[in-house]
Design a protein around this ligand. Structure first.
Ligand code: AMP
Ligand code: MG
Length: 268
């Protein structure tokens, strides 16, 4: 059975209904190598067009549980694009300065400018995820944030930013496998923190918090996608496909020259 990726606005989804192992009609990594390469090439060309046109920006938001593959997605999906037109922003525990402002302040300061792609590795959604799960602020504060996020994203879209939001959906079993792999490989120890282990205990609370995000903040203007992410190769293929499709739909054009090209002669 095929599994939808986009969360229809206003729906009431349950993450348990989404199979993190889903790989469509592909059975193994080898089958996705050639389509992925083609998509990456296409993405490179579309990014150049986005940069040349400089009318729109693309904001890609990546969220998911620890080890879900946010870093790997950035490497795998963005390998074909020019680093000049792309910024990656990591959202960590807010600094004192960030915490002194409203929760959207730090996100707004780093949204991509026209002609560029911005990738948020975690995002303003942490303020309705970790903040909700650990009661970092009272419910009456986080409860207002869903609407505030929708309004913020709508304003960005109305001003020329296209927003794609991806939840990298791994199963709890897959997370255990990945955490164990990190623990048993000294070259991966730097990637593991005590908080990764601690947070795992709150898995169900996080699933609930994510469901609230999808049911409230998947909008016509900035939809959420639930990406089956147990298989890294399928995750990269689907996300690259979504990004390429989105950029294609913008129907971008190279800008006209600002002078008469036929009158130009290059001196010997
Ligand atoms: P990592 O992505 O593994 O580098 O970890 C970043 C950590 O920062 C995660 O544990 C996030 O939950 C945490 N974090 C990000 N944004 C916030 C926030 N707004 N409030 C509290 N913790 C946050
Ligand atoms: Mg981590």
């Amino acid at each position: 059975m095929s599994q939808p990726f986009i969360v229809t606005p206003g729906s009431s989804i349950c993450l348990a209904d989404y199979d993190a192992n889903y790989t469509g009609h592909y059975r193994k990594k080898g089958e996705t190598k050639s389509p992925l390469k083609k998509l990456q090439k296409r993405l490179g060309k579309l990014q150049e067009l986005l940069y040349a046109e400089s009318q729109r920006a693309l904001l890609i938001i990546l969220q998911g549980m620890d080890t879900c593959g946010k870093d790997g997605t950035i490497r795998g999906v963005m390998s074909g694009i020019n680093v000049q037109g792309c910024d990656v922003v990591n959202f960590k525990v807010p600094s004192a300065r960030e915490a002194a402002h409203d929760f959207l302040w730090r996100a707004h300061r780093v949204v991509p400018g026209k002609g560029t792609i911005g990738i948020f590795n975690r995002s303003h959604y942490e303020d309705v995820l970790v903040a909700r799960v650990h009661n970092l602020v009272p419910e009456k504060v986080w409860a207002l944030r869903y609407q505030q996020i929708n309004n913020f994203e709508k304003m960005l879209v109305e001003n020329g930013t296209v927003i794609l939001k991806f939840f990298l959906h791994i199963s709890k079993d897959e997370q255990r496998t990945r955490l164990e792999a990190r623990l048993s490989n000294p070259a991966k120890h730097w990637k593991i923190t005590e908080s990764d282990i601690r947070e795992r205990a709150y898995w169900n609370d996080y699933m609930q918090a994510y469901e609230a995000v999808f049911n409230t903040c998947s909008t016509e203007w900035a939809p959420w996608h639930i990406i089956p992410a147990n298989k890294k190769w399928y995750r990269n293929l689907v996300i690259t496909e979504r990004v390429v499709e989105t950029l294609k739909k913008l129907d971008m054009k190279y800008p006209e020259p600002t002078f008469d090209i036929s009158q130009i002669a290059i001196e010997e």
